[in-house]
Ligand binder design. Structure first.
Ligand code: UDP
Length: 241
């Protein structure tokens, strides 16, 4: 057991990109789903209130689909639906592991397996130990699920948003291109702007900063990263005011 005190958080919102659920072979990979569930499980067992936002980039990103020759708003609608599919998969993986979970959509839907976003209902669900998966982003085109994550984190009164990353946090330069890139353990929002570092897209960044929402950028691929971080280990980057 670590002697470092656990972090003082009760409510977390975890944002996972759609790409995280995919492999080269599969758009949604069972092992990736289960890995996410196992990362979250210790914090859930700890009694933390957890909610999640999932992206849709494994299927479609509106801004990147110019070759389809469709307008951006239409493509974004498709992207938002992609997040619904991911959320359904993730919720089912949680349920399979004995943890109550359901996708809650920002896009109004009439669907047996998807619930419509409703703050009261979601609060009751998390208070009862469920993990809601927020899908459909903000419900509006021209936004991202990072922005959806910040909005939902604020609506849920989350203490912090965790952004699952493929790398260990925010670096002074791209660690996938530069071997000498250095991890920044604590990054002030003002410095992120000054250094032109982008832990979130601009709209999400502005909203988080304005509302004083801290963001922990963690490499979800690191075994037990969430539990170790929660127990106080110095992992990832904390972005805050
Ligand atoms: N999207 C949108 N509005 C939102 C959130 C998402 O229109 O509020 C669309 C947009 O086309 C986006 C796609 O859904 O590219 C998938 O979301 P995102 O790119 O954020 O997913 P991630 O990269 O996190 O997997």
């Amino acid at each position: 057991m670590s002697s470092i005190p656990p972090r003082d958080y009760q409510r977390l919102l975890v944002k996972v990109s759609g790409g995280y659920l995919a492999t080269d072979q599969r758009t949604i990979d069972r092992a990736r789903l289960d890995f996410v569930v196992e990362q979250l499980r210790p914090l859930h067992e700890e009694g933390l209130e957890i909610s999640m936002v999932v992206g849709g980039g494994n299927v479609l990103r509106g801004a990147k689909e110019k070759s389809l020759g469709m307008n951006r708003s239409y493509l974004d609608s498709m992207g938002m639906l992609a997040t619904v599919i991911n959320g359904m998969a993730l919720a089912e993986a949680f349920r399979g592991a004995g943890i109550a979970s359901a996708p809650y959509s920002a896009i109004q839907m009439r669907h047996d397996n998807v619930r419509n976003w409703n703050l009261e209902e979601v609060r009751t669900f998390t208070a009862g130990g469920g993990i809601p998966i927020f899908v459909g982003g903000t419900g509006l085109p021209f936004f991202s699920t990072d922005t959806g994550g910040v909005v939902r984190a604020l609506q849920m009164d989350a203490d912090i948003m965790i952004k699952a990353s493929r790398v260990d946090g925010v670096f002074n330069k791209d660690p996938e291109l530069h071997a000498d890139a250095e991890l920044i353990p604590v990054l002030k929002y003002a410095d992120a702007l000054a250094l032109n570092l982008q832990p979130l897209d601009q709209a999400a960044f502005a909203l988080a900063r304005e509302n004083n929402l801290p963001i922990a950028v963690l490499n979800l691929g690191t075994p037990n990263v969430l539990e170790r971080w929660y127990r106080g280990e110095d992992l990832g980057t904390l972005v805050c005011n």
